[in-house]
Design a protein. Sequence first.
Length: 281
Amino acid sequence: MIEIQFHDQKDALRFLRILKKQVKYAESFDRIDDDNKCIIVKTDGSSKEIKKCLTAFILHIKTDDWAREILKNRYFYMDELEQRSILEILHSLVEEEREGLTTLTKEINIKSCLTECMNNFIIEQHKEFSFDSFVTFRLKSFIGKLIKYIELSIDEYKMEQEYQVFIHTLRNSLSKKAAKVNHIHVLIDLEIQFFDTEYREIPQQELMMLYDQKNVVSSTHYIDPYSLGPLLALAPKTIFLYTEDRELPIVRTILNIFEERVQLLEKEQFFLRISTQTEMK
């Protein structure tokens, strides 16, 4: 039988819920020692089962608690909505869902660190132990890596906020601009190509002549004169956008700025339309 002490009743009950899904017997009871009250979680679970439950409890519950405290006390993010947004980014980093940052997160892999901390803790030698002491003395490296993840999450959050301001500014500028063409065809393949209503490619030199950043919008963000710049200059009523990868950053940016003006189509449809246009001639 193993007993785990918790000073926080909420922690004890949350851990107990996880534990009861894994082991046959688990219960909690209060204990008062030297006027200090603690909650004891008692279980007949094996070392492997308890470690699995502790890992889940730390990774999916306590990490959020600690991250919120770090955000408030170290980085002064007091707003709950901001905290939630940063935590969502943190979760995506932990699950390695952000392609551009997987190299960094692999170097400071928080899951591997937690696994190592657990492997180094021999529960059989500690029939009775304190969860709070375990965190203080056994999870120093994990907390250190969590702080690095939080720093990355804050950087991503700031970039996303800047991006939203950038998109809003361009939308506002676009709403005041008269359309120079009714529609344009944009093919995104190995590169981005522009075609007029007759499916004739618009050369890059002509695109450069169309684009003048001063006439588009003043922005701290770089606006590519070969892709986004010409679209902002022409302000077409309809953009027929052909691509086989709808998750490309340039595709998402065009959709975010031009919204209902964009008709998103498969790349094959572009070549089908060109073929049809040629036959009609």
